[in-house]
Ligand binder design. Structure first.
Ligand code: C2E
Ligand code: CA
Ligand code: CA
Length: 764
């Protein structure tokens, strides 16, 4: 729109300028025309003055002839006496000769000739037309050998108003030539004389013959020249120059006119110079007006246009635009305001308010930009998640959690090189965009990062250690950045599943792995409803009596595809999404129902039940357990709760309370997978436990490995010292039975006795 305005402004100014120029030009032209008239008048004055001069001169000569003609002596018309008188007069005058004539045409000259003048002009004028005088056109006379044209001045000789004779005086045209050759204007102007018939009377150019037509001088003319007694006209001369002719009458002649011819260009040269000067001045001022208006229009509209362009780009979502704020006017102020507003929007749009680093939206845009700007660089997407962030939040509330995230983000930010990014992904997850030559280098950088974050952070005077699950993926430029982010996220998920505090590089298999896990997860949700989950039982045998003392309850999933999947994997998935709580309750209920049936046959049989850490954390677990035992009606001491060593030893004080609550119900407690974790003896002695279950890996290994054998022996001795019974798991051979018996182990469980089976398959 402002482009249009700018164009319109410039167009209007240009049009106005041209109009002004036109009007000015017309005004100047008018003024100049006036000046031209003045100039022409000036030549007119000269012409008139000179024509008058000529008239006077001629009049003078004519007067002389008049005076002579009116003397009594001449009125006598005594030719014989008059001729010598006239000859004597010649010596004192300009006349070259005189002639006296009678009305019959006979004439006598001072140079002694008798002639007949009836054919001559003056005869007609004076005797026929009864004029008082007659002046001839110049002509060459055969009687005068000087090669100059002559004119004749004739006067009537009258007696009592009757013409009785004629006096004629011959005059050379020298006097006229003197006058006209006196009138010159350098080389561009001259004077000449023309008679009433347009024949040349005198001309300074010897080439031009007298008595010729004026067309010898004038090549082209579009008006009838000499149409009035005085005036001017323009014509084209024989040298093709434009001429101005100004003419004025010479009185007492045969309608002679003195003409002054001047070259127009020269005549008006000064005026033309002024005109040119004025034209240039006007053109230059117009040009400067137009350029000034262009610059002004530009200076006015350009910032507006720029500003609107910036607005338009910002509207399309390009928040990297900056408005020109340096313009020294209101537009500059508008630009500043816009930039401030944009910064604010950018902050709101692109900066994560908690960590003060970029947000994910900004990350996406910048990562795409960096990929384009640095095609030579190999980029990697790294997703970092703080392990157990909920715990950090629960330590000191959300403020504490946020402060942790902020410091974590600062640390990541400080580790960046040029053209790298850090952003908050979501929740406790941060995302990096790093470049490195190869996978090796990026692995090293990530390891360093993980090491750095393990150093203590001081958050609100509390020191905490962060552990990270990190997934990273190589960014293939041919793929969308989102694809790489997705891959890195899958890798991070795997790192989480593997227990955290780990960096996992995305490989093609991960996709399938994760997919499978997701399938398992969604299938597992339907499993209880579909009654696909069921318990199996594996007997636990007393080593002394070799009689079944009880069973361990183990979960099985009758699923068309996932039935072969290890139940440990399924339990881990269920633990990750908390499904284990519901599954655990289901199995617990089934197991207690089974225990009821078992005890009806043999009231001493004990049923062991695996309880995972997550189940234990469930605040309703104890109530549920208590309720089931009571409602179904079993002896609590016939139920043994198995907790893995790592479950028991994590957050000992809390676990101690849980265990006491279980103990308070009357259930037995076993520490499962004993030997794989790091049990502190001190805690072990404080725990209200009944059994330890030696992990099957020791049982398997002890046959061929002396130290393991020693270890198993020590574990049994230690347990007995603490008044605990020992169960050996995974016993598969008679040799193992024998050795365990030798070590004094109390009970065994394993394939050597029976695989886990449905209760109805056991012969009980
Ligand atoms: P666990 O509690 O240590 O269970 C013993 C595992 O050893 C069982 O594997 C059992 O089938 C296997 N086993 C028994 N005898 C032998 C043997 O002679 N040789 C070998 N190689 N293995 C033997 P399973 O049933 O696959 O269970 C794996 C783990 O899954 C269990 O380890 C337990 O931690 C967990 N689990 C199973 N059922 C449940 C459940 O209902 N709730 C919870 N929370 N965890 C369960
Ligand atoms: Ca177990
Ligand atoms: Ca075990």
């Amino acid at each position: 729109m402002f482009k249009k305005i700018r164009f319109q402004m410039i167009a209007v100014i240009a049009i106005v300028s041209i109009v002004i120029f036109g009007v000015l030009n017309i005004a100047i032209e008018n003024k100049l025309n006036e000046l031209r008239v003045h100039e022409r008048n000036f030549y007119g004055e000269i012409t008139r003055a000179r024509a008058d001069e000529l008239s006077k001169e001629l009049q003078g000569h004519l007067n002389k002839v008049h005076m002579i003609a009116h003397t009594d002596f001449l009125e006598s018309m005594d030719v014989e006496a008059i001729l010598p008188y006239l000859s004597s007069l010649l010596n004192h005058s300009d006349f070259k000769g005189m002639t006296i004539a009678l009305p019959d045409g006979r004439a006598w000259t001072t140079y002694g000739a008798s002639i007949d003048i009836r054919e001559q002009e003056q005869f007609t004028n004076i005797f026929v037309r009864n004029k008082l005088y007659s002046i001839s056109n110049p002509f060459f006379s055969p009687y005068f050998y000087e090669n100059v044209p002559i004119i004749t001045l004739s006067y009537a000789i009258q007696r009592e108003s009757t013409t009785i004779g004629l006096l004629n005086a011959v005059l050379t045209t020298t006097f006229m030539e003197t006058i006209i050759s006196d009138i010159h204007f350098d080389s561009y102007g001259y004077a000449w004389i023309v008679d009433g018939n347009g024949r040349i009377v005198a001309h300074p150019d010897p080439e031009i013959n007298i008595n010729e037509d004026y067309t010898d001088v004038i090549k082209e003319i579009d008006v009838q020249p000499f149409s009035s007694s005085q005036g001017f006209f323009n014509y084209l001369g024989y040298n093709n120059e434009k001429m101005l002719a100004v003419y004025s009458p010479i009185h007492n002649t045969n309608d002679w006119k003195l003409v002054i011819s001047v070259q127009e260009s020269q005549a008006f040269s000064q005026l033309n110079a002024v005109m040119t000067y004025i034209n240039w001045a006007v053109i230059l001022s117009l040009l400067s007006l137009i350029s000034f208006s262009f610059i002004y229009a530009n200076s006015l509209t350009k910032p507006i246009i720029k500003l609107t362009e910036v607005f338009a780009r910002a509207e399309k979502g390009d928040l990297s635009v900056v408005a020109d704020s340096k313009v020294q006017n209101e537009l500059g102020v508008a630009g500043q305001g816009f930039n401030r507003m944009l910064n604010e929007i950018k902050n709101l749009t692109f900066v994560d308010p908690v960590t003060q680093v970029a947000n994910y939206r900004s990350y996406l845009l910048d990562a795409q930009r960096l990929t384009l700007e640095h095609p030579d660089k190999q980029y990697y997407v790294i997703v970092l998640s703080i392990d157990d962030f909920k715990k950090i939040n629960s330590m000191g509330g959300y403020g504490f959690g946020n402060e942790t995230l902020k410091q974590f983000a600062e640390l990541l930010n400080s580790s960046l090189y040029a053209y790298e990014l850090v952003a908050r992904y979501f929740g406790d997850e941060m995302i990096l965009f790093l470049h490195a030559e190869n996978e090796e280098v990026i692995r090293l950088r990530i390891q360093r990062l993980l090491a750095m974050t393990q150093r203590p952070f001081k958050i609100m005077d509390i020191e905490i250690h962060l552990s990270l699950s990190c997934g990273f993926a190589c960014h293939d430029k041919l793929h969308e950045i989102e694809t790489t982010i997705h891959n890195a996220t899958l890798a991070k998920l795997k790192a989480k599943k593997l227990g955290g505090n780990l960096a996992v590089f995305y490989e093609d298999g991960i996709q399938q792995e994760i997919k499978k896990e997701q399938d398992i997860e969604s299938e597992l949700f339907k499993a209880i409803e579909k009654k696909e989950l069921y318990p199996v039982y594996q007997p636990i045998v007393n080593l002394n009596t070799m009689e079944i003392s009880g069973f361990e309850t183990l979960l099985r999933w009758n699923h068309p595809t996932f039935y072969q999947e290890s139940i440990q994997t399924i339990i881990t998935i269920a633990e990750n999404n908390s499904q284990i709580i519901e599954i655990g309750r289901y199995i617990l209920n089934e197991a207690i129902l089974e225990l009821k049936r078992l005890n009806q046959k043999n009231p001493d049989l004990v049923l062991a039940l695996n309880v995972s850490a997550l189940q234990l954390k469930d605040t309703h677990f104890i109530t549920f357990l208590k309720n089931r035992i009571k409602v179904i009606g079993v002896k609590p001491e016939n139920l043994c709760i198995e907790l893995t060593e790592s479950t028991a030893m994590d957050d000992v004080e809390v676990k101690l309370m849980d265990l006491h609550q279980i103990k308070a119900i009357g259930c037995k407690i076993a520490i499962d997978d004993f030997g794989t974790g790091y049990s502190s003896l001190a805690y072990l002695s404080r725990f209200p436990i009944d059994h330890i279950k030696i992990d099957k890996s020791f049982v398997h290994k002890m046959m061929n490995d002396e130290p393991t054998r020693q270890l198993v022996s020590s574990m049994i001795t230690l347990a007995h010292n603490l008044k605990l019974l020992v169960v050996a798991e995974g016993v598969e051979t008679q040799e193992q039975i024998d050795l365990l018996k030798h070590f004094g182990c109390d009970m065994i469980q394993g394939y050597v006795i029976s695989k886990p089976k449905r209760m109805e398959e056991h012969n009980i």
